[in-house]
Write a protein of this length. Structure first.
Lengths: 597, 115
């Protein structure tokens, strides 16, 4: 049994790769239902394997040195896969979202070849490997694997001008981020002679902070933060989400971008904790988080392209995750983990509902769709529910996660910011639902503005089905149920508390990964509902409803706000060169924040 | 000597990014991405360089104990080259599609998505 448990991390990565190979080899000769069936079966098998791994990590970390290499004192060769509750849980989330995405795709795509399913499986393998590995260079390789699959999936509708442009932007910006990251990994290797996270922790311990360590931290974090779409590395995300097929967006928003946050947190807590002053790291993450959350919320509110609106709301929530991580304690990590899981489910449901709109009405332009979906009240109610859950409606997991983040931040301005950001993003989604499905508000004028994408001419992925197929409705319901389960299943909440406690236990991770036993009893944060959190959640939802109605009925916007928003929209120019310049500026700013006193 | 190697590696990374910023042609953009990646090869190989070291293949002419260059960074560089080939091919394929769908490969003239 123990041997099977140690094989699980490698199996979680290898299974989707094997599935992709089968689909690529035999896909041309198989009928459509068989391709869909194999793809979904592989992801379901992945859910089972990852769940077994999660169960195995309840008794401690599951560590496997690949290729039979064993760590020895003072000499370690080889690559380690180290699963704890956190990354095993992320693996479950990845496979579960992929299952739902493929399920939705059964009836969503008219004609789809097996290479779509193979790409999704390779993408899943890259993300799982990134989460489970305990080796810095391995993280880079899996980062590139998930990147390459993601660029191809973004540009999947290859006949469309928007798709290929979005895919190219995504590819160039992420590749540049990855190369900065690789340079950082190289510098760290030059300094320590190690690549594994536990060996790096040993090598850096007690050596203090030198300029080389700081530079490698900045460069490595830049790579992961580009994936996380923190401002000002975020430009690619909205472009990619706007053009990628809706089921792919579920994976992009739900796990790919949050994995960037995971990478930063893991590398900090295992390797750099203690080598770089806590205050500097706290300040850097906090500033990035606050700016990301505020800009994401503002851009989200001012979109009319529904998928872009949801993409900016993801950016805003990434900012909230970074604020949680910036607390640098187990409560912040626990809050982020709960929020991240619930957000993945709720945002996934919203993207799938946007996909349904696109397939039925051939548009994702909020203004163009005004009142056109009146006869689909069930989908409308699901959209409203998901929007309220996004704002933080108790007992959805989003509300619990946010209240834990507020506790971890322990500051009134931060609480106000998270409240405003989630109310604005939830309110924007609610505004869309009320306008499109219920025809509320005055009829908007639909002349297109020159500075923003409208989404009116986006090509659908499909012919419109006569009524919503069961598989598509089931995918949406599953996601909403998942978001609810995060907030109401006590075993999950307790598990996240223990996971966060173990996650921040640097010495235990290092010892376990190097095959030593260290009896520790990490502090477990309290991850239960508190009255204050429930009240705050209800208050946020009320504010979101108010904001949504204001968006529908208030016509006059202060000139200053209008001008600011116009400038912000012009900054998101869709120009690859601009985005690369922001990448360098962001790296410099991050370094500056760490260096400040 | 090694400082020149580090310096030129980092310079290649930065000039690659600068090339992307200033690019007027998407093929030029993709080549600049490759140049930035070439910089990482130089940095990695410079890290493993040892004066007087030979190739890390032990045998009759190279008994154990002979100074050799670091094989780990060489393996990393090889992996990196494979990644580069994949990403460059994919990006160039996308540029061909951009040329077909937009009728231009000048970044300033692409206006499909923004805002």
């Amino acid at each position: 049994v123990a041997e099977f448990a140690t094989a699980l991390p490698a199996l979680c990565v290898a299974t989707p790769v094997a599935g992709a190979c089968v689909l690529l080899a035999a896909g041309r000769r198989l009928p459509r239902w068989a391709v869909d069936g194999i793809g979904t079966a592989v992801t379901v098998l992945g859910v089972v394997l990852a769940a077994l791994l999660l169960a195995a990590t309840a008794n401690g970390r599951v560590v496997e040195w690949a290729g039979g290499w064993q760590p020895r004192p003072n000499l370690t060769v080889g690559i380690v896969l180290a699963a704890d509750r956190t990354n095993a849980g992320i693996a479950v989330l990845i496979f579960a979202l992929a299952t739902v995405a493929l399920l939705f795709g059964w009836r969503y795509f008219d004609s789809v070849h097996a290479h779509y399913h193979a790409l999704v499986l390779l993408f899943v393998a890259g993300m799982t490997g990134f989460a489970l590995t305990g080796d810095l260079f391995d993280m880079f390789v899996f980062f590139e694997l998930m990147g390459a699959a993601a660029y191809a999936l973004t540009a999947f509708k290859i006949e469309e001008p928007e798709s290929v442009q979005g895919g190219l932007t995504f590819g160039v910006v992420n590749s540049l981020g990855a190369y900065l990251c690789l340079t950082g990994i190289g510098l760290l290797y030059a300094h320590t002679g190690q690549l594994g996270l536990p060996q790096l922790a040993r090598a850096l311990a007690g050596h203090g902070s030198g300029p080389l360590v700081l530079a490698s931290f900045v460069l490595i974090c830049t790579g992961w933060l580009v994936k996380a779409a923190a401002v000002p590395f975020h430009f690619w995300l909205a472009d990619a989400h706007a053009v990628a097929p809706a089921p792919v967006c579920v994976l992009f928003s739900g796990v790919m971008a949050p994995l960037g946050c995971y990478g930063v947190t893991r590398v900090y807590w295992v390797v750099f904790r203690g080598s770089i002053p806590d205050t500097a790291v706290h300040r850097a993450f906090l500033v990035l988080g606050v700016v990301t959350a505020a800009l994401g919320a503002l851009m989200c509110w001012t979109q009319r392209h529904i998928k872009r609106l949801l993409a900016y709301s993801t950016i805003a929530h990434i900012g909230l995750f970074l604020i949680g991580i910036a607390a640098l304690d187990q409560l912040g990590v626990a809050g982020t983990e709960i929020y991240l899981t619930a957000h993945a489910a709720v945002k996934g449901a919203l993207f799938l509902l946007a996909g349904l709109l696109l397939s039925r009405y051939r548009s994702v332009d909020e203004l163009d769709l005004y009142g056109r979906a009146r006869d689909h009240k069930a989908a409308g109610c699901a959209f409203v529910l998901a929007a309220l859950a996004l704002a933080g409606l108790p007992p959805f997991g989003t509300a619990l996660g946010k209240s834990l983040l507020d506790d971890a931040g322990a500051s009134l301005p931060l609480t106000v910011l998270t409240l405003l950001v989630s109310a604005v993003t939830g309110g924007a989604a609610l505004r869309v639902a009320l306008r499109v499905y219920f025809g509320l508000g005055p009829r908007p004028s639909v002349e297109s503005t020159s500075d923003a994408s409208s989404g009116a001419d986006e090509e659908p992925d499909t012919q419109p089905p006569s009524r919503t197929p069961v598989s598509m409705a089931a995918a949406v319901v599953l996601l909403l149920a998942g978001g609810l389960a995060v907030g109401v299943v006590p075993a999950f909440m307790r598990g996240v508390g223990a996971a966060a406690g173990a996650f921040v236990d640097q010495r235990a991770y290092v010892a376990a990964a190097l095959g030593q036993f260290l009896p520790t009893r990490p502090a477990v944060p309290d991850t239960n509902w508190a009255t204050g959190g429930v009240l705050l959640g209800l208050g946020t939802v009320a504010l979101a409803v108010g904001i949504a109605f204001a968006g529908l009925y208030v016509r006059r916007v202060p000139a200053l706000l209008r001008d600011t928003v116009a400038v912000l929209h012009r900054l998101h120019s869709g120009h690859i060169g601009d985005y690369a310049a922001w990448l360098i500026l962001g790296t410099a700013a991050f370094a500056g924040l760490l260096l400040l006193g | 000597m090694t400082w020149y190697a580090y310096g030129s590696g980092l310079w290649l990374v930065l000039i690659g990014v600068f090339g992307v910023v200033r690019s007027r042609n998407l093929i030029h953009t993709v080549v600049c991405v490759s140049i930035a990646q070439s910089g990482t090869y130089v940095v990695l190989l410079a890290i493993g360089y040892q004066r007087g070291g030979v190739a890390p293949i032990f045998g009759a002419s190279t008994p154990p104990g002979t100074p050799v260059v670091d094989p780990v960074v060489q393996a990393m560089t090889l992996t990196d080259i494979v990644v580069s080939a994949t990403v460059t091919a994919l990006l160039l394929a996308l540029v061909i599609q951009v040329a077909k769908r937009h009728g231009t490969i000048v970044p300033d003239e692409l206006h499909a998505i923004r805002g």
